[in-house]
Every structure is written in structure tokens, then in C-alpha cells.
Design a protein. Structure first.
Length: 154
């Protein structure tokens, strides 16, 4: 992907699109005080450079039946490249894992998991326990979201 130098106009575009990805090009151009053609060209450049990864709808978890958020710390039984690759590939196939990070500290990975309820979570937990190379798991249940899905600070 081409390397793109991002200027203040690009930052304005990104800020507006993070807040409302459904803005039409004309609306976006008006917000940033640019004509439609150059605005569209800049958006396409940002997309082509991979700065804008994709567009999607942000769903309200509770309203789609996923009222539980659990952060799971996973330790692997060994730290070879093969073990990490096996675990990571397996995690990619778990739809209830909505984010996964390789972390430092006492755990090797931190997973964000959504579930309908405790029974649903128990099934997800059993699946994670059976992933390759899993040694131990620690779960932290979110009580309430204070801040989530925030736009990046541009």
C-alpha cells in the first residue's frame, strides 16, 4: 500500500467519517470546506493507503442479545512461534471474540468476548479452554461500559 502523508484536511475527513461513516461525499466536503471532487479524491487516497480500513455499522450489543462482555486473559503452555500461530488462527474463527491482543504481563493474550448470558459464556469458555496450547484462563466480567467504540484521537 502506498505511504500517504496525512495533513490537517485528511485529519478532518477522518474525524468526520469516524463520527458518521454514512456522510455523503457532498456533506463531508461541506463540513471540511472543500469542493466535492478534491474531497472524494482524498477519501479514495485514504482508502487506498489503508488508513480507512472499512465502513460498518456500530451495533448496540444489548439490543442484539449480547448483553455480556468478558475480558479473558489467556496463558499458553509454551511460547514457540508455532504455538502462538496455532492459537491465533484458532481465535480468528471464534465469532464471539470481538478483539484479541498479544499482551505483555502475566497473560499472553487478552480477548474481548461477547455473550448472551452466563450459559452462553460457559460454552464459549469451554471452546477457548480447548484451543491449542492454552494453559490457563482468567476472566474479568465487564459491569458497565464507561467508554467504548470511541473514535481515534486525530
Amino acid at each position: 500500500m502506498p505511504i500517504l502523508k496525512i495533513d490537517s484536511t485528511d485529519n478532518q475527513i477522518l474525524a468526520h467519517l469516524q463520527n458518521d461513516g454514512r456522510l455523503s461525499n457532498v456533506e463531508l466536503a461541506e463540513h471540511i470546506h472543500l469542493s466535492a471532487s478534491p474531497c472524494l479524491r482524498r477519501v479514495k487516497q485514504l482508502e487506498n493507503a489503508g488508513v480507512i480500513k472499512h465502513y460498518r455499522a456500530a451495533l448496540e450489543r444489548k439490543k442484539v442479545g449480547l448483553s455480556m462482555t468478558v475480558f479473558i486473559e489467556v496463558g499458553l503452555n509454551n511460547h514457540t512461534s508455532e504455538a502462538s500461530e496455532d492459537f491465533e488462527k484458532s481465535v480468528m474463527n471464534l465469532p464471539n471474540v470481538i478483539s484479541a491482543y498479544l499482551v505483555s504481563g502475566h497473560a499472553d493474550y487478552r480477548l474481548e468476548v461477547v455473550a448472551k448470558d452466563l450459559t452462553d459464556y460457559e460454552g464459549i469458555l469451554k471452546t477457548i479452554q480447548n484451543l491449542p496450547h492454552v494453559k490457563d484462563i482468567h476472566s474479568n466480567f465487564a459491569i458497565r461500559a464507561i467508554k467504548s467504540d470511541a473514535p481515534l484521537p486525530i
